[in-house]
Design a protein around this ligand. Structure first.
Ligand SMILES: Nc1nc2c(ncn2[C@@H]2O[C@H](COP(=O)(O)OP(=O)(O)OP(=O)(O)O)[C@@H](O)[C@H]2O)c(=O)[nH]1
Ligand SMILES: [Mg+2]
Length: 270
């Protein structure tokens, strides 16, 4: 269970397979937050904080394992996070076409339901695995670790992870990625960094997407960037349009540099 929001992971499917359970059959779930669950009624606020810390600590162990695996294989991994519909999959499809196989890449798709996005990625020519989180609202490091095993990634490659569309919970979960990339589209309003600061604090890169629509909107791009920098002064920003291609060269250059660095770090390990 996600104690941040109370969502469940019981229905998670990774490439159509159920997420392996850690508890023994018959053993109760350790965390219950819904009111109907008996365990929750006398859970104190401090206990909930403790449960949340335990959950994130456990996630961090899996994330560290993922990170060690990825760095040992020179794989540059990005975790794309945003509201639903900001253009993550469209950007990935355009990125796959533009990179044209160099470096080799694979995609992990996260959604509550449907294989739609994985199908879009496969149609664009890249291997993809879909994680359906059921009632869950974010990917966690254990899910990603299992998906990585199924994907059979190449050394010195790129791994692109599209998280579940949600500007809240994915901020808290390290997946072992090199960077979180937050996508904010210009139809969402300038104030999103102020309203959802955790996500903009956790990210290293912000893609301000759908900039082709700016002439038709009252969206103030400078103000959105100012708000984002108020939350995270180090946040890099690229103005981009997945449909027109504006900003894509800068985005691709950033990816290629990350891949080069990941491969060089692997080589230096011997
Ligand atoms: N005008 C414009 N539309 C875009 C752009 N990028 C994506 N879209 C549109 O935005 C809609 C949502 O795009 P998706 O790529 O499915 O967004 P997503 O973030 O992957 O959505 P979820 O996976 O559901 O969270 C689609 O209709 C896209 O065509 C863009 O740069 N400009
Ligand atoms: Mg998508």
């Amino acid at each position: 269970m996600c104690v941040t929001c109370g969502c469940g992971i019981g229905q998670t499917l990774i490439g159509g397979y159920a997420l392996r359970q850690q508890r023994k059959p018959g053993e109760p779930m350790r965390f219950r937050l819904h009111e109907k669950d008996a365990l929750v009624s006398d859970v104190s606020a401090s206990r909930i904080v403790k449960l949340e810390q335990d959950l994130l600590a456990k996630n961090n162990v899996y994330a560290d394992t993922n990170r060690r695996y990825l760095s040992a294989h020179g794989i540059f991994a990005l975790n794309l996070v945003s509201s639903p519909g900001s253009g993550k999959t469209t950007l990935l499809v355009k990125t796959i076409a533009a990179l044209n196989g160099t470096p080799p890449l694979a995609v992990i798709e996260g959604d509550q339901q449907t294989e739609n996005d994985a199908a879009r990625i496969r149609a664009a020519g890249a291997p993809a695995i879909q994680i359906n989180t059921g009632k869950g609202c974010h990917l966690d490091a254990r899910m990603v670790g299992q998906a990585v095993q199924q994907l059979n990634l190449q050394d010195d490659s790129l791994l692109l992870i599209e998280n579940v569309g949600n500007l809240v919970c994915p901020a808290s979960f390290d997946l072992g990625e090199a960077h979180k990339v937050v996508i904010l589209s210009v139809t969402e309003g300038e104030d999103k960094p102020l309203k959802y600061p955790d996500m903009f604090r956790a990210a290293d890169m912000m893609l301000l997407n759908k900039c082709d629509l700016l002439p038709h909107l009252t969206f103030d791009a400078d103000l959105a960037v100012e708000y984002a920098h108020r939350i995270n002064p180090k946040l890099q920003v690229i103005h981009i349009s997945a449909t027109s291609g504006d900003g894509m060269p800068e985005w691709l250059a950033w990816i290629r540099e990350g891949c080069r660095n990941a491969a060089a770090a692997k080589a230096s390990l011997g």
